[in-house]
Design a protein around this ligand. Structure first.
Ligand SMILES: *Cc1c(COP(=O)(O)O)cnc(C)c1O
Length: 384
């Protein structure tokens, strides 16, 4: 359970991110323990949180890295991740990004279209190299998650559709500077129903046979990420159930000898260790509602405004106070700058500390300077 050192917070300017490093440690250890049972390989999806201290800890724990831009590859190398654990996905890889990956001999390019495959081949030829590639396949599996974070359906821009796959592999056979490594998937994010991953496994089994019948052996099966966390009750579920998660893939993937299973976990690794800490500026009695106006806004944590996501809001100063209803809103000049409507919260007063929980993933990394605000600082439980 995350403990908030309020006395120490009093000296700090709000809003800021506060990371529970013990919880991160516990989470990483559990991922390692559960994935090692089956010899699974885990890459951390760096886009979820690219904070140096967090990355350093993840590196120490031996994770690989999943990147979706050249900037992320640079960052990973800077922190000391080795290229043999770096995989690179994304629908719009620019030439310099591909060249960077080739220069460092990263483990794999996860290719999302035929034109991209041709460009990777051309740039690899120019560099006198062979690029290892896996095809990101859009398996048309519904992740039953918010439509903004669903990626594995035919209408999404990601991956190669099943109907184009034949064409892509025929073309690949003519290209001399790409080497086929396997299949890659990523069907969406914040997926809490493990049946969706079971469906993915079953689809992968069919696809494997399809590849093998065309004389291509997928040595690597990269199932992506997407495992969800409990945003409603982070106290009861500070660490996701990685045991059940990895077991689904063990139980339902029909693996052949020599195959490796890779994962790209982002949110499930870092979400619960991060909190956005803010102070109440004003309590405003509106016509129909009571507003708690806090000094953190959508520039600090955009998920509610962007995906209609909800994060648990907690009054740290007055946890036992009489419950009242509040719309908790930020100071930004946008109506979507809200952290929740009609929330039952202990009475809020000016100056109270508020924690917005489960903000470690897609939080700090999406900070913007809209309204010319300053970027929030980050503090860590072990050094504050
Ligand atoms: C974002 C992303 C991930 C991580 O997703 P989470 O839901 O944070 O686990 C993994 N793979 C790819 C290709 C991604 O784009």
């Amino acid at each position: 359970m995350t403990v908030f050192p309020i006395e120490k917070f009093k000296k700090l300017q709000t809003p800021f991110y506060y990371y529970d490093m013990d919880l991160l440690e516990k989470t990483l250890s559990l991922v390692n323990e559960e994935s090692e049972k089956y010899d699974f390989n885990v890459h951390y999806a760096i886009k979820a949180n690219a904070n140096d201290r967090i990355l350093e800890k993840i590196r120490q724990k031996g994770f690989g890295i999943d990147c979706v831009s050249g900037y992320e590859i640079k960052k990973a190398l800077e922190i000391g991740f080795t290229p043999d654990g770096i995989v690179f996905a994304g629908v719009g890889k620019a030439d310099w990004e591909i060249e960077l990956g080739l220069k460092h001999d990263i483990a794999c390019f996860n290719v999302e279209s035929l034109p991209e495959l041709e460009i990777i081949n051309e740039l690899a030829q120019n560099a006198g190299k062979k690029a290892r590639v896996a095809f990101r396949i859009n398996p048309n599996v519904n992740a039953n998650t918010h439509h903004y974070i669903t990626t594995g359906l035919d209408e999404n821009k990601f991956g190669i559709s099943m109907t184009d796959l034949e064409k892509v592999i025929d073309r690949m056979k003519e290209l001399n500077h790409v080497e086929f490594e396997g299949m890659h998937f990523h069907i969406g994010s914040q997926i809490t129903d493990l049946d969706n991953f079971k469906d993915l496994c079953l689809r992968i089994n069919e696809l494997q046979d399809w590849f093998i019948s065309r004389h291509l052996f997928p040595r690597i099966i990269n199932v992506g990420g997407g495992f969800g966390i409990d945003y409603e009750d982070p106290e009861s579920h500070p660490v996701p159930d990685f045991s059940s998660y990895f077991k689904v893939f063990k139980d339902f993937l029909d693996l052949k000898s020599g195959q490796e299973v890779h994962f790209e976990l982002g949110r499930s690794v870092v979400a619960q260790c991060g909190n956005l800490i803010s102070r109440v500026l004003y309590v405003k009695e509106g016509v129909k509602t009571r507003f708690a106006i806090i000094d953190a806004g959508m520039t600090d944590l955009i998920r509610p405004a962007l995906y209609q996501a909800s994060h648990k809001v907690q009054n740290l100063t007055n946890p036992g106070g009489e419950k009242k209803k509040y719309d908790v809103v930020g100071p930004i000049c946008e109506s979507s700058d809200s952290f929740g409507k009609a929330l039952d919260l202990p009475e809020m007063k000016r100056g109270d500390f508020v924690a917005i929980r489960s903000a470690g993933a897609y939080g700090e990394v999406m900070v913007s300077r809209y309204n010319l605000r300053e970027e929030p600082k980050a503090y860590y439980s072990d050094t504050i």
